[in-house]
Design a binder for this molecule. Structure first.
Ligand code: ZN
Length: 134
């Protein structure tokens, strides 16, 4: 079951500059910076009550974030929903006709197992499912 919005991912060109910008916006600093090498991204996280904002900067030109910024510019990249059983939720959504980008959960930032749904089956919104690693 989808429980809540866990975080919103925002693609940025420069993590350092954007960390300063979002610090001004929220009146609070990011609580972590984490690279996810398999995805070619460097991320930072801000806590806003129960929800987080994840900033993502590409670390190489092949990264999906680099391609996203090239096509659309900086901005909202994905919405991540917390689930308590990612395998079950992936199966349920697959049965409902959604296209999973990865067939198996993979490691994401901030101690999560994640799966993305293709935006062509979700009205243009890249959806991430994430489950806390146990
Ligand atoms: Zn995310």
């Amino acid at each position: 079951m989808i429980q809540k919005i866990e975080h919103i991912g925002i693609a940025v060109k420069n993590l350092e500059t954007s960390n300063e910008l979002f610090k001004k916006l929220f009146g609070n600093s990011h609580y972590k910076i984490e690279a996810v090498e398999s995805e070619g991204v460097s991320t930072s996280f801000f806590m806003l009550g129960e929800t987080k904002i994840e900033l993502l900067q590409a670390t190489n030109n092949e990264s999906s974030i680099a391609k996203f910024i090239e096509k659309k510019g900086e901005g909202i990249h994905h919405i991540a929903y917390a689930v308590n059983n990612i395998e079950a939720e992936m199966q349920r959504l697959k049965n409902e006709g959604f296209e999973l980008i990865n067939a198996q959960p993979k490691d994401g930032a901030d101690n999560k197992r994640i799966c993305f749904l293709h935006p062509k089956t979700t009205n243009g919104v890249l959806v991430e499912l994430c489950e806390d690693k146990k």
